[in-house]
Design a protein around this ligand. Structure first.
Ligand SMILES: [Zn+2]
Length: 349
């Protein structure tokens, strides 16, 4: 890392901090919490052999729509009033094109822009399309413009998506037709990223611009690290952020729409995943210890002025309890046991 490299890296980090302090102060204020949480998760999950699976097509569109309807009804039959409209009113659409500009995307999504809402499914035709539709439909159901919705909508959607998988297994669907390890794998990937980036963010936050001696502060304040690792990490982060900037400039040059501002894109690289990571872990917790109705209740509180700790209490999740991490681990064991043995009944539904 040359002096110019550190200068550029610090400019990026400065932009990221300015953006996040305006748009996601929850993440900045809780970096230490997520550092601990990601470390604990990585230690715990390392003993499991998780598998990504490709699932064959086996359903028609109508079957996907109908099975999803049945699951939505079991989550909350009040939601059917909305669900039964999404085809006629054009909210639900399928998109089979996998190219957008020059960059491939195959992710399903819920979008809400200026009051126009759409659920776009980009999937194959199988039971995972069902769990995806449940996930996106829940974003549609709790759509509102509040910070609590921003923080918890993935938790709600992932919980209902995981609920859908268990519902299908209990209905007799072969569990091998479901990607039941996917959220654990996703959480592992994000935990690694959080764990990697966050020590540099904490360093920048506490001690200002990074330089060649930064490893000393990390050693004293965060975790043991060698000078070589510190330098190669800084270089890696700089490289990633430069590539993001290059892609941003490319998109402007070729007039490719639908990208955010540069500071948003850079921040996204670092902070995008934690809501999914948090949502993944909380959803296992909720399915193990609580009822899906608690998730439904939570949707009613997203536009109210609660802090997140109190808000999660509405959903019977107590993140400040001493045994919170043990309960997360127990719930992940519960999840793994559910798919490794005979299907058990879902709790009191
Ligand atoms: Zn989502």
């Amino acid at each position: 890392m040359t002096k110019e490299d550190y200068k550029k890296l610090n400019e990026y980090l400065n932009e990221i901090f300015l953006y996040l302090s305006k748009n996601d102060s929850f993440f900045l204020n809780n970096m230490q919490y997520f550092a601990v949480m990601s470390e604990k998760y990585l230690n715990f999950i390392s003993k499991y052999d998780l598998k990504l699976k490709k699932i064959p097509d086996c359903l028609t569109f109508i079957e996907i729509y109908d099975i999803t309807r049945e699951i939505i009804k079991s989550i909350n039959d009040e939601y059917l009033k909305e669900y039964d409209k999404i085809l006629d009113n054009g909210v639900l659409g399928f998109d089979y094109s996998t190219l957008e500009g020059d960059f491939k995307t195959d992710l399903s999504a819920f979008n809400s822009v200026n009051g126009n809402k759409e659920i776009i499914l980009r999937t194959n035709f199988n039971y995972e399309s069902v769990t995806t539709l449940v996930h996106e439909f829940m974003h549609y159901i709790n759509d509102c413009d509040t910070i609590n919705r921003y923080l918890l909508t993935e938790f709600i959607s992932i919980s209902c998506e995981e609920y859908a998988r268990r519902y299908l297994v209990n209905k007799g669907i072969n569990k091998e037709l479901l990607q039941y390890d996917d959220r654990l794998i996703e959480a592992k990937k994000i935990a690694r990223e959080i764990n990697f980036y966050i020590k540099y963010l904490i360093l920048f936050d506490k001690f200002g611009p990074l330089d060649e001696n930064g490893y000393i502060f990390i050693n004293e304040n965060v975790c043991p690290i060698s000078r070589e690792t510190y330098e190669s990490d800084c270089l890696f982060i700089l490289d990633i952020l430069r590539k993001k900037e290059d892609k941003y400039k490319y998109n402007i040059k070729y007039n490719i729409q639908n990208q955010g501002s540069l500071d948003e894109i850079l921040s996204h690289e670092i902070s995008y995943g934690y809501r999914y990571f948090f949502g993944d872990l909380l959803s296992f917790y909720c399915l193990e210890f609580n009822d899906i109705k608690d998730i439904v209740n939570l949707c009613d509180y997203l536009d109210k002025n609660y802090n997140i700790v109190d808000l999660l209490k509405q959903c019977k999740i107590y993140i400040e309890d001493e045994d919170f991490y043990q309960k997360i681990n127990k719930s992940i064991e519960g999840h793994i046991n559910f798919y490794s043995g005979e299907a058990k009944n879902l709790k009191s539904r």
